[in-house]
Design a protein around this ligand. Structure first.
Ligand code: NDP
Length: 351
C-alpha cells in the first residue's frame, strides 16, 4: 500500500466569485499498487496551477474543450512525475513523464498511453520547466507570437505584453525581443515585477498598472505606437493598449485573466469604442489557442530549449512546496503572487 494525499474540489467560488483556498480540500488515503495491463504507477514531482482552471471551478466551463471539476473529486491539471512501477511496454521504471490531466495526488495509477515521456536533458534536469517555459505557457508565448504576431526583423516594431511578469508574458516578451522587436514594454502589477522585467529579462520598459497611469506611460514608452500586443489580461488594460495601436497592427489574444472571475463568455465582448478602433485601424485580433498547433509543438519545444539552455531566455518560476499548499498557490497566482511560472513541488526527483 502506498500512502497518498490528494486534493479534491471542496466548493465552487460561484460564477462571479474569486477563488479561495477553502475551495480545495486535502484528503489522505492509500493506493493499492496492483497494476493492470497498460498501467503505470507514477510519483508526482511537480504540478501546475493555471488561470484556465478558474473556468473548471464553475459548473459549466463555458468552453467545449474544458470539463468542469466535480465536487469532492480529485482535481487535475498539468503535471510531471516519475514512473515507479510499470505494466506498460512503452514506459520503464525511472522514466519522466508529463500529462495535461495529471491528478492532484502524490502518487497515481495512470494508463501509460496518456503519458508523454520527456527527456530531462532537454531542460538540463530542471523538470518543472516542462510545465512552464518548456510546457504549455512557453509554447503559448512561442506560437502566439509566431502564428499571430507578424513580428518581422528590421521592421522597427514595438511590442507590448500584458501580464508581462507571468508565465506566458515573461517568455513572450523575451521571444519578442529575440525575434526582432526593437522595443518591448511590459505591463504588470508591482514595482518588483517591473524591475525584474527590465533588469533580468531585457524588457525596454515596464508599467505598474496598479500605481501608474497606463495610457500616459504607454504614450511615453511607445512614441511610435504599438505594432504587436501580446494580451494576457483583457479589460481596461487592453483597451488602453489597443487605443494606441498602429494601423494594420496585431493583437495576440492569448488570455483575458482580468475577466475570469466574471460570468462572461470567452473572449469577453469588447466595448463599441474598442471594436471601432480595431475596425478603423485594420487591427487583427484572432483567437489563439495552443491546442490548434499540436503538429508543430516538437519543433517549438526544440527552439525554446535552445534559447533556455543558452541563457537567451530566462525561465523564471515561483515554487511553492507541498501538495497541501496547492490551493493557496492557485489563488495567489490568480491575484498576481507569482513571478514567472507558478509551480508546486510535490516530491524530489532522485535521478
Ligand atoms: P500568469 O503566470 O501570467 O499568472 C496570472 C497573472 O495574471 C498574475 O500573476 C497577475 O499578475 C495577472 N493578473 C491577475 N489578475 C489580473 C487583472 N485583473 N488584471 C491584470 N492582470 C491580472 O498566468 P499564465 O501565464 O499561465 O497565463 C496568462 C494568460 O495566458 C491567461 O489569461 C491564460 O488564460 C492565458 N493562456 C492561454 C493559453 C492559450 O492557449 N491561449 C495557454 C496558456 C495560458 P499581475 O501582478 O501583473 O497582476
Amino acid at each position: 500500500m502506498v500512502p497518498v494525499k490528494r486534493i479534491v474540489l471542496n466548493s465552487r467560488p460561484g460564477k462571479n466569485g474569486a477563488p479561495v483556498p477553502e475551495n480545495f480540500r486535502v484528503e489522505e488515503g492509500t493506493l493499492v499498487p496492483d497494476l493492470e495491463d497498460g498501467e503505470v504507477m507514477v510519483r508526482t514531482l511537480y504540478l501546475s496551477v493555471d488561470p484556465y482552471m478558474r473556468c473548471r471551478m464553475n459548473e459549466d466551463t463555458g468552453t467545449d474543450y474544458l470539463t468542469p471539476w466535480r465536487l469532492s473529486e480529485c482535481v487535475d491539471g498539468g503535471g510531471v512525475g516519475v514512473v515507479e512501477s510499470t505494466r506498460c511496454g512503452a514506459l520503464n521504471e525511472g522514466d519522466v513523464v508529463t500529462f495535461f490531466s495529471w491528478p492532484w495526488q502524490t502518487h497515481a495509477v495512470l494508463k501509460g498511453t496518456v503519458l508523454q515521456k520527456v527527456d530531462p536533458q532537454l531542460v538540463d534536469g530542471h523538470l518543472s520547466h516542462f510545465l512552464g517555459a518548456m510546457g504549455i505557457t512557453g509554447l503559448s508565448a512561442f506560437f502566439g507570437i509566431r502564428e499571430k504576431g507578424h513580428v518581422t526583423k528590421d521592421a522597427n516594431q514595438t511590442m507590448v505584453v500584458s501580464g508581462a511578469a507571468g508565465a506566458c508574458g515573461s517568455i513572450a516578451g523575451q521571444i519578442g525581443r529575440l525575434d526582432g522587436c526593437v522595443t518591448v514594454v511590459g505591463i504588470c502589477g508591482s514595482d518588483q515585477k517591473c524591475r525584474t522585467l527590465i533588469e533580468d529579462l531585457g524588457f525596454s520598459a515596464a508599467i505598474n498598472y496598479n500605481t501608474e497611469d497606463v495610457p500616459a506611460r504607454l504614450r511615453a514608452c511607445c512614441p511610435g505606437g504599438v505594432d504587436v500586443y501580446f494580451d494576457n489580461v483583457g479589460g481596461t488594460i487592453s483597451d488602453a493598449v489597443i487605443s494606441q495601436m498602429n494601423h494594420s497592427s496585431h493583437v495576440i489574444l492569448c488570455g483575458q485573466i482580468s475577466q475570469y472571475n466574471k460570468d462572461v463568455p470567452y473572449p469577453p465582448p469588447l466595448s463599441e469604442e474598442i471594436s471601432e478602433v480595431l475596425q478603423r485601424k485594420n487591427i487583427t485580433r484572432e483567437r489563439f489557442i495552443l491546442l490548434s498547433y499540436t503538429d508543430k509543438l516538437d519543433a517549438g519545444l526544440y527552439e525554446l530549449s535552445q534559447w533556455v539552455k543558452s541563457g537567451q531566455i530566462k525561465a523564471l518560476e515561483t515554487v511553492t512546496d507541498g501538495i497541501e499548499n496547492i490551493g493557496d498557490a492557485f489563488c495567489s497566482m490568480m491575484k498576481g503572487g507569482n513571478i514567472g511560472k507558478q509551480i508546486i513541488k510535490i516530491s524530489e526527483w532522485k535521478n
